[in-house]
Write a protein that binds this ligand. Sequence first.
Ligand SMILES: [Zn+2]
Length: 364
Amino acid sequence: MAVFGSDLEILPEKIYENFYHLTRNNIILKYMFYKRNSIQLPNAVSSDDSERVVVFVLTDALRPDHLHINGYSRQTTPNMEKNNFLSFKEMYACETVTTRSVPCLLTDMRRRDERYKFLDEYSVFNVFKAAGYYTSFISAQTAITTADYGQQIIAGDADYVFFNNDYSIRYDKELLKYFDNVMAHDSKNKLIVMQLNGSHWDYNTRFNHDEALWKPLCGNFALDCPAEHLTNSYDNTIVETDKLLNSIVEKLKDKNAIIFFSSDHGQSLGEGGLRLHSHGRLHIKEVGVVPFAVWFSDKAKTYTNLDIVSNNLNKIITHDSIFHSMIGCANIKTDVLDDSLNICSSRLISVPNEYKNYKAKPVQ
Ligand SMILES: [Zn+2]
């Protein structure tokens, strides 16, 4: 979300400075759209003639150690467990702000590439479109702030794009009507990327307080409530995301469908005195590590070697694996696919442990 990534300040005395930034960012945006328009589709084909739906649910600011499915003490993920999501042990984020990590993880840009490398790389939309899919990007976030242009550019590769620019979406679950619209499209194969507000601050706006499982909640200011109240609010957001995943499973369980689930970055909840997230915190494990899980419908299992995926669960992977796993697990044949990053391949390589000597500091 833009709130913490914006380089604009809404102060009257900043009006000239803001005008400068808006003008500059608009020029950058136009240049990037122009540059992106010249990208050609790669060669890609579906290697079977099944009817398939591939969904990627991209939440925001969710850290994996707060998922019960990963061993967290609170039951935050009953539906992921009931539906047998396969959860990976560790995935490293491209970056620690939405603006930078989303374009990276939706394209063949690699985690250590320079910031704008995504402009020259294929996106999942390019590859799936080339393989005959109807492609869509639906987001509960807005694209009207100047700082979020990276994800606007990449979302623009899709056939259908929805951003919550009119703020008509209050809760993430309201995105399901756009999901249904895409599902009603008459194309045989569909790709749906859903971007949530998920666990992004302000946590308390993400769930109905009457249904909150953990109280008391944090007040209006993330930086001065007691850490346990902050965690209560945060954990309640995860329950909402878990319910949304269940709704999507219900819609897809009789189809040949795969759901990928991850987050753009993690979140500090008071460790070392830090809260929330911002650019440049990749060395901090709470922010630099994200969840990654995948679900296969019964029909999809007939096209997938689940033993291979299960054997890969303990490997350490990065956001770079999302692009290649979506393509690889959907059985799309293309030169773009790198099996060393594909969770559906026995050739998946585990990356070195970057947080081996990381010691979480006390929560403050
Ligand atoms: Zn984010």
